[in-house]
Design a protein around this ligand. Structure first.
Ligand SMILES: Cc1ncc(COP(=O)(O)O)c(C=O)c1O
Length: 383
């Protein structure tokens, strides 16, 4: 057995679509880029969508278009991947953290408000819909109005999640939504990402920044000639290719099926591990559909007097490659060494979560026998 915590699923339909593009002559920006953007807009109910090369690029641009003064603070969760914070720093802004909710593992709105009251430099909240559980976006929306903030949803884990049966919840609440289509995510374009928004001016900036800051206006093409373009700000090469886009369109059609399978696996784990008194299984709030990018299990290693390291190594010997999502960002040396307010920061809920969290294997092609094998080995280990 060799079972990883996550894995992509590519079928013949995806492969055939990719081969068709390879034969078409379009390798970079062809018709499939627009098509994929249309599909994403429809699925996630946004007015605008710009696909980009990865989720980190999406976050970089999402924060950039807010045009904030150097030193402005952007508040996010410590329980996330490094790019949620590095994209803040890439924009010459300052990351700030708040603790997480003990049940949903997403930013705790009460802690967020406590921070907002103390620190007027915070102008943005980047919420991460961790593992696929949406943040409390209604509370963040209330705080947005009260404190005049921007909201960004780092939605990389939660494609297919819903609030009140709405798959378009992310763009309903946040000014900008970012997604990642990395192979371990709920669907993939190999590498890839997207930015969703209902704001036309942000949309125009995203289009320009994705491709070197190049602006080709119809008016100027007519006036000066078909070669003409202008660069008024420096942009990036953050484009997604036609090949990746066609895979995205094909994969997106399977997203509901992928999420349904993830739900069944999660249900199996919750039933099995829900019976162990030293383990906490995840809780899902009312009106939420979880899309289970991850299945975080909280094991009380202290109570069992067993190190997490030993547990991981023993599972590895059995061919079960678990993961931890995430080492809290305020533990990372770069952040501690460069930001004095982070150096001694403590977020007890996030830290306790880190001590106990283990991400179990969850992905579309995970077989029933493999799920049982994982569960059996974990239970036997603690016996
Ligand atoms: C929460 C979160 N944000 C951002 C990213 C960055 O996405 P990418 O790997 O596509 O750059 C990831 C990817 O792992 C993620 O999990």
């Amino acid at each position: 057995m060799n079972i990883n915590y996550g894995k992509h699923y590519i079928d013949d339909i995806d492969r055939e679509a990719a081969v068709k593009v390879l034969k078409s002559g379009w390798l970079t920006q062809g018709p499939n880029v627009n098509k994929f953007e249309l599909d994403l807009k429809k699925y996630f109910k946004s007015k605008y969508c710009v696909v980009v090369s990865n989720g980190t690029a999406a976050l970089h641009l999402a924060i950039k278009v807010l045009n904030l003064k150097v030193g402005t603070k952007v508040l996010t969760t410590p329980i996330t991947f490094i790019s949620t914070a590095s994209s803040i720093i890439m924009n010459h802004l300052t990351p700030e953290f708040a603790d997480i909710d003990k049940d949903t593992f997403t930013l705790d709105p009460n802690y967020v408000e406590y921070k907002l009251k103390k620190d007027k430099k915070i102008k943005v909240i980047v919420g991460v819909d961790y593992a696929g559980h949406p943040c409390d976006w209604e509370s963040f929306n209330f705080l947005k109005k009260k404190y005049n903030l921007f909201l960004i949803n780092d939605n990389c884990h939660a494609m297919g999640s819903e609030i009140k049966r709405n798959k378009g919840y992310a763009v309903k609440y946040a000014d900008i939504v970012t997604q990642s289509f990395h192979p371990v995510k709920n669907f993939t374009t190999c590498e890839g990402g997207s930015i969703l928004t209902n704001n036309k001016s942000f949309y125009k900036s995203f289009l320009q920044l994705r491709s070197h800051g190049i602006n080709k206006s119809k008016k100027n093409l007519k006036k000066y000639g078909p070669w003409f373009y202008e660069v008024k700000e420096i942009g990036y090469n953050y484009r997604l290719t036609d090949l990746q886009s066609v895979i995205g369109t094909s994969q997106l059609k399977k997203l509901d099926k992928f999420v349904a399978k993830r739900e069944r696996i999660a249900d199996f784990y919750s039933r099995i591990f829900g019976k162990c008194e030293f383990i906490d299984v995840l809780k899902i709030r009312k009106n939420i559909k979880h899309s289970f990018h991850l299945y975080p299990l909280l094991i009380n290693f202290k109570r069992k007097n067993i190190s997490k390291n030993l547990f991981f190594n023993k599972m590895k010997e059995k061919g079960i490659n678990l993961q931890v999502h995430y080492i809290p960002l305020h533990f990372q040396p770069f952040l501690r060494n460069n930001f004095s307010h982070i150096k001694n920061a403590k977020f007890p809920v996030a830290e306790d979560f880190y001590n106990r969290e283990v991400s179990l294997p969850i992905y579309f092609s995970l077989k029933n026998e493999e799920q049982k094998y994982v569960a059996k080995n974990i239970i036997n280990f603690f016996k």
